[in-house]
Write a protein of this length. Structure first.
Length: 87
C-alpha cells in the first residue's frame, strides 16, 4: 500500500481517482518551476543517502563535465539559435 513505510518511499502524495489529473498537474508544475538548483540538490541528497560520498563525487564530477561540454557545444548552440530564430 502507498501509505505503508515502503510505499511512502516511492509516493509523495496519494490522490483519489477523480483527483489524479489535478494531482499530476501540481507535481509537474512543482518540478518544472523549481529550477535546476532544486533538482540538483534533490538528486545530490538522494545519491548521498544511497551511496558512499566518494562515489557520488566521482559521479557528480563526470556529470558536471559532460553537461558543460553539452551546454557549450557548437551543435547545441546552433540548434538553440535556430529554434529561437536568431540564426
Amino acid at each position: 500500500m502507498c501509505d505503508s513505510a515502503d510505499g511512502r518511499l516511492i509516493c509523495d502524495e496519494i490522490a483519489k481517482p477523480d483527483e489524479m489529473d489535478a494531482a499530476i498537474a501540481r507535481v509537474v508544475d512543482g518540478l518544472t518551476n523549481a529550477g535546476t538548483v532544486s533538482a540538483i540538490g534533490n538528486r545530490r541528497a538522494f545519491r548521498i543517502a544511497q551511496e558512499p560520498l566518494d562515489l557520488f563525487r566521482r559521479y557528480a564530477s563526470a556529470y558536471a563535465r559532460d553537461q558543460a561540454y553539452c551546454c557549450f557545444s557548437p551543435t547545441l548552440i546552433a540548434n538553440l539559435e535556430r529554434k529561437l530564430g536568431r540564426a
